[in-house]
Ligand binder design. Structure first.
Ligand code: ARG
Length: 554
């Protein structure tokens, strides 16, 4: 809906300066909602117009600002135009604001494309570390956001299900594995075997050889090796699906490195025939990415024994996805240690003539320090989720505002997970942060707990005033400062959607969430109730996009 106002203001500017309205859309910024007084809604910086050549960059800025402002007549959409130092402020019509919010047109779809989001992507038999958790929740947010803007989104989990670790695991399982344990506690058991065989292989040449043999058998599709591998993979995916369900995350496709090992060899051949593959001194196959082609920056795609690597499989996978899903944009979500990997991936795809690689993007994020549970260092994600639930349940039992709940465990689970997510989304994604149970579970401040609490309060307000709602809606009743501020916040909502869909940062979403809701139930007029309900639905909508399941009671 902000798009509606934005367009109208841009059109006004376009008429005044005889330009297409489109050039003014990005130059209009939404003004943050003021706490104590009613402020304007949009702001235009004269400097931006000068920088983009719309206004001459010579001449006095303030004179230009005033001149332009006098050309902008008020109308039934823009109620007031004022100027400041180098800015023009626009205040939109209050009745219209209420009406537009009430209609709540979230139909200003910005783009409508096929999006491909590749995230989570843990490695079988290895730790599911904090980075995988971040990738999961960030990828889920991006996918939800893009979907809510009307795009078609495919969510893929690209498992680390191939490579030398399976040689070790296969060989190790023969010695230390136990089929019963594998059934009972698969992730734990596979991890134990993996740790043990790694240790063993450090000093035992036979073990190393056995691992190499097993991996070779796997690469040659020998049935006993493949069936053991398949068993490991199936069991792991099943376990993960259970955990993703707790997190409220789903994937349309479970793929993995294993799917692309044959295609990876084809990629190598294509590079060879295009003359892009060089042989290094060590006998490995490399692509020279240095600008002056002096081999000062190379990317290795082939080991000297002819086997492919992580990046080779990623090249094959990207080409395969493009053929299969014809996506318009693809987003990869991993921690920042893989920035170089993705930059090389995109460069190689471009060199191979795949111009769509320009529309691939790596969203990277910082590291999480100190993610520990009571039992110590985190190995399995499930332990983190269990602890979040347990701590939340404890906090709820201590609080005197906690309501009688049908299923306190379930509420604690949802609130605990929202605390995890909000802690993760609070800062810029690129920043590292310190994991802190106490801070994350605080009931006040910028936390998931507070967010859920706000939503639950709005739900109970609605419940207590059942029936009042059906009445007619008179926007003129929403004229006092508090109501206007709420309306302005609602107006900013799709502004936030727009902003986040550009920079793919959940941060602005999290800070937007605080809707100042005041007023006791008795004093609430029908219109205000409607407003509160609008606020609740926007809040719930935003929470769902962040990947949080709103609770109605807590
Ligand atoms: N499995 C990888 C890891 O844990 C992440 C995969 C990211 N996705 C990709 N297409 N390379 O580091």
């Amino acid at each position: 809906m902000a798009c509606f106002f934005r367009r109208r203001i841009a059109a006004k500017l376009g008429r005044a300066l005889q330009q297409s309205e489109d050039v003014f859309i990005p130059a209009l910024a939404a003004v943050p909602v003021l706490k104590r007084q009613e402020g304007p809604d949009f702001r235009l910086f004269t400097g931006t117009l000068r920088a983009s050549g719309i206004l001459p960059s010579s001449g006095d800025v303030q004179v230009q600002t005033e001149n332009l402002a006098t050309q902008l007549k008020r109308d039934n959409v823009v109620e007031h135009v004022s100027t400041g130092r180098g800015v023009i402020n626009f205040k939109v019509n209050r009745n219209l604001l209420a009406q537009v919010c009430e209609l709540f047109i979230l139909h200003c779809h910005i783009d409508r494309v096929n999006m491909f989001v590749c995230c989570s992507s843990p490695n079988i038999a290895k730790k599911f570390h904090a980075g995988h958790l971040r990738s999961t929740v960030i990828g889920n947010f991006i996918a939800n956001l893009k979907q809510s803007l009307g795009n078609n989104v495919i969510r893929m989990n690209y498992l680390g299900d191939w490579g030398m670790q399976f040689g070790l695991l296969g060989a190790g399982f023969g010695q230390f594995g136990c089929p019963d344990k594998l059934k009972q506690n698969p992730l734990q058991h596979l991890f134990e075997v993996y740790v043990r065989v790694n240790k063993e292989a450090e000093h035992d040449e036979d073990m190393k050889q056995a691992a190499r043999d097993f991996f070779r058998q796997l690469e040659q599709h020998e049935s006993h090796a493949v069936s053991l591998w398949q068993q490991f993979r199936d069991i792991t995916v099943k376990e993960y699906q259970h955990i993703y369900k707790r997190l409220g995350v789903h994937f349309d496709v479970y793929s993995g490195e294993s799917f692309h090992q044959d295609q990876a060899q084809e990629v190598v051949q294509q590079l060879q025939s295009r003359g892009l593959l060089k042989t290094s001194e060590k006998g490995t196959g490399v692509v020279d990415l240095s600008p002056s082609r002096d081999m000062s920056n190379v990317c290795t795609l082939l080991r000297s024994d002819g086997t492919t690597l992580y990046i080779t499989r990623d090249i094959a996978a990207a080409i395969n996805r493009r053929e299969k899903y014809s996506f318009d944009e693809m987003i990869y979500v991993t921690d920042k240690s893989q920035e170089n990997h993705f930059s090389q991936l995109f460069q190689i795809l471009l060199a191979m003539g795949h111009s769509w690689a320009d529309r691939c993007r790596h969203v990277s994020f910082g590291l999480v320090q100190g993610m520990k549970t009571r039992a110590g260092e985190v190995v399995f994600l499930e332990d983190v989720l269990d602890e979040a639930r347990a701590r939340m349940l404890h906090n709820m039992s201590q609080s005197n505002t906690t309501k009688e709940l049908e299923n306190p465990e379930d509420t604690a689970e949802k609130v605990g997970i929202s605390a995890l997510i909000i802690q993760d989304f609070k800062g810029p994604l690129q920043s590292d942060y310190k994991f802190d149970w106490d801070r994350m579970l605080q009931a006040q401040g910028d936390t998931g707990v507070f967010l859920q609490y706000t939503h639950a309060r709005l739900c109970s307000l609605k419940l207590r005033n059942k029936g009042v709602e059906a009445a007619a809606f008179d926007p003129a009743l929403l004229s006092e400062q508090t109501s206007i501020a709420i309306l302005q916040h609602l107006l900013r909502y799709d502004e936030v959607l727009y902003q986040s869909s550009q920079d793919l940062q959940p941060k602005s979403f999290c800070s937007h969430r605080e809707l100042p809701v005041k007023g006791s139930a008795e004093a609430v007029a029908q219109a205000r109730l409607r407003l509160f309900n609008g606020a609740r639905s926007v809040l719930a909508n935003g929470m769902r996009i962040l990947g949080i399941t709103p609770v109605n009671k807590m």
